[in-house]
Design a protein around this ligand. Sequence first.
Ligand SMILES: Cc1ncc(COP(=O)(O)O)c(C=O)c1O
Length: 448
Amino acid sequence: MADEGARFVRDHPRSRRLARDAGEVLVGGVPMRWMNRWPGSFPVFFESATGARLADVDGNEYVDLCLGDTGAMAGHSPPAVVEALHRRMPAGFTAMLPSEDAIAAGVELQRRFGLRRWQFALTATDANRITLRLARALTGRPKVLVFNGCYHGTVDETYATLKGGAVVARNRNVGPPVEVSETTRVVEFNDPDALAAALSDREVACVIAEPAMTNFGMILPERGFHQRLRELTRETETLLILDETHTFCAGPGGSTAADGLEPDALTIGKAIGGGVPVAAFGVTEELGSRLDEAGLLTYRGPDGIGGTLAGNALSMAATRATLEAVLTDEAFDHMIGLSERLVGGVQEAVDDFALPWHVVRLGARSEYRFCADPPPNASVAVEGADGELDRYMHLFAMNRGVLLAPFHSMALTSPATTAQDVDRHTAVFRSAIEALAGVGDQSAENFQ
Ligand SMILES: Cc1ncc(COP(=O)(O)O)c(C=O)c1O
């Protein structure tokens, strides 16, 4: 860590100066605090990013497998989105009126995910917040249920975790409005019995879940779990909301289409605008009718749902272009093929060194973890975590021109990612292992 830390400082003098200057005006020296959570002793300031490559202010170039933690899954500044924005920009960004692009964006979402009626927001957090409100209002039930280790954005009700079987606020949750146990039930992912027990008194308005958990490392659903989740929610008349913000990586219609899932409502953000802020939520024909009958789809005055810039023309143009021309079926074939290649490279290195590590993949997204078996839930995942090794692997990769998502070892491929990019990652990953084993040559030149 000391060697890699020194190397990071040596290679990023301008970022270091900017970080110091930024500290005089921005909280933590960054426009948003989590930008500090990268490995290295200060944040890298980026100069430009196109496709799957990113350049920093010191002239270092990176293969970007973080892709803005999915916000740039379409690749950075995809040409079709740039063109759409160029067309839109001289013609007005936001007017509190609909633009035609919104229809095309809605049609694409409908076609891909199978849900009937759609609305837009600016962030996935907001889409989730709105959907939870609608679920509570419709069912008249007070609680929501989440899976332990979930992340659905900064939504109060979802900042809940299990501690000794009790529902408590996540560590470091800042200023919750009420005790989270008042609003939320939490069960472990892949535990249908606990789920059945938590839903049985019909106090839960909805389950909100990612089809596969992606924010605690990646935790895939066990065979039959989704079927049971759907059965139990139907039996207890609990709504099922799937958050596809990250699992969109599974294919053009996310895990919902890939695995034939049947949510009542679906939320999605980040990638659908090609990096421009936008999110959406959709409901089935049936849920839409029920919401309509309850008067919940008609705006009659401030009701806790909405946002002035939601559905703005710029976001709609970006969403239409991203869905029609960038994250196409063919693009997903390419991305998923490359992700398979990446996983193959990682697995080979792990096997060659007989390491007790594993790698999992969901479509274009892969994740390695430094324990032998994929965990079935977040509690088991915590036991297998190795924060120091995680940081080392990230910093080693960053120092050799590969960006992984911070917080955990996630690698995402985009339509612009190439086999060469993936192979750079494989070479760097192997080299990190060699460095740990004290063999090989880890000089940066090998990876350019
Ligand atoms: C599954 C999921 N849902 C929602 C969000 C919130 O997205 P945003 O921060 O863009 O609102 C995230 C963010 O990482 C996420 O992973």
